[in-house]
Design a protein around this ligand. Structure first.
Ligand code: ATP
Length: 392
């Protein structure tokens, strides 16, 4: 673990960190807090720069320069300046009216602000002279790689913290302290809304190693994921490797993990977790491997296209194998040079026959039997028997 001096140096070396050090001095009541301090001390790249302010947040925001947006009911302020983003929040104390409720918030001291946090390693504040203010054991836990909640009611107040612990365990490779582990095992996710649990799940999907986060949450408490959810599906690494850049690795991952779930239960769970309809449908379709068997059995390019066309790239990637690779890398981009207007001009009547003839021409093109406008048109207009005969 780094010293505070080294952490401050790393902050200074970062253009956004340097801006902070120019704007604030010791005694201003402004501290860097949370994940950024943790990551600086661990010699990792900080992801977000969160500041806690004892005093006037707007005045502190103004000192940073840039564009200021107020962005939540707790008086949080976002400042954007020269490609940097800073989240400023008034130091606060929190209490929870009932398990899983959103907290009631009042202005507080820096110490109180640290006490409301999730785990010790996130409850460290760095002053701009290098002073570290922490909850008990925070620095020891950071050095030892331990995740520990701050008090016994932590998961009762906010059961989403089990997800947070799982994500940090996966990302940082930290262990979970024994007492925290038994409190997590007793946590009750049903006291929070599906939307909030879904938000945590979506954050897990954006981690560098989502299966590690899923395995960690299941290890802490199996009630955080539905029956049949497989945290480390064997097909996932190859499928991710096949997924084109315009695909959604997060949804592919979720589809792979939920392939063993009952179809109705899966749809209900995705709805409950607050997925939008297009995402829900994509995950459901991909997790069912709808195109699987015909795509694997396809022997020609045209057969591959018939099996894969219309399926999301995520579904095809999950099927895997050479046919999926060929479809995603090459065949799905093949287009005809002709279109329906060419067939109308050639005297084919408007109606389904146009589509059928175009499909036949595309099959020929995919199989290397027609290339260029003339040959495509000939393939589309051809009548008579043989492969791809158009019935009317
Ligand atoms: P990441 O690296 O994932 O961004 P982070 O620690 O910055 O990690 P955020 O979700 O951005 O995580 O939250 C910022 C800080 O706010 C955390 O470090 C933690 O101290 C506190 N925090 C966030 N969510 C909770 C929560 N549910 N309960 C208690 N403290 C929380």
């Amino acid at each position: 673990m780094r010293s505070w001096q080294a952490a401050l140096e790393a902050l200074r070396a970062d253009p956004c960190g340097a801006r902070l050090l120019r704007a604030f001095a010791a005694g201003d009541g402004v501290h860097l807090v949370g994940g950024a301090v943790r990551d600086l001390l661990l010699a990792r790249e900080p992801r977000e720069l969160d500041l806690v302010v004892e005093g006037d947040v707007d005045a502190a925001a103004a000192r940073l320069g840039g564009e200021v947006t107020a962005h939540d009911r707790f008086g949080t302020v976002l400042v954007r300046a020269d490609g940097c983003a800073f989240d400023l929040v008034r130091a606060r104390a929190e209490s929870y009216a009932r398990p899983g409720a959103l907290p009631e918030v009042r202005p507080g001291t820096l110490d109180e602000d640290l006490q409301r946090r999730d785990v010790t390693i996130n409850a460290i504040a760095l002053g701009f002279d290098g002073t570290l203010t922490t909850v008990d054991r925070a620095l020891d836990d950071l050095a030892a790689g331990v995740l520990r909640v701050l008090h016994d009611a932590s998961f009762v107040d906010d059961p989403t913290r089990v997800w947070r612990v799982a994500r940090y365990a996966a990302r940082l490779g930290f262990g979970v302290e024994e007492r925290t582990r038994s409190l997590a095992a007793a946590a009750d996710p049903s006291t929070v809304s599906g939307d909030r649990l879904g938000a945590e799940l979506r954050l897990a999907l954006r981690e560098p190693d989502p299966p590690a986060a899923f395995a960690a949450v299941l290890d802490l408490n199996p009630r955080y994921l539905p029956e049949g959810f497989e945290p480390r599906p064997a097909a996932l690494p190859a499928a991710l490797e096949l997924l084109p850049d315009d695909g959604r690795p997060d949804l592919l991952t979720l589809a792979a993990c939920t392939a063993g779930m009952d179809a109705v239960a899966l749809l209900r769970w995705l709805d409950d977790m607050g997925f939008a309809a297009p995402e829900r449908d994509l995950v459901a379709a991909a997790s069912r491997f709808v195109t699987g068997a015909p795509l694997r059995a396809a022997r020609t390019n045209a057969e591959i296209a018939r099996a894969a066309r219309g399926a999301p790239a995520e579904a095809v990637a999950l099927v895997g194998g050479d046919n999926a690779r060929r479809w995603l890398g090459e065949l799905r981009h093949v287009r005809l040079e002709i279109d329906g207007r060419d067939l109308l001009a050639a005297g084919i009547p408007e109606g389904p026959e146009i589509g059928a003839r175009l499909a036949r021409a595309l099959d020929r093109k995919l199989d290397g039997e027609a290339s260029g406008r003339e040959e495509e048109l000939a393939a589309a207009l051809e009548d008579g028997g043989g492969r791809g005969r158009v019935r009317s």
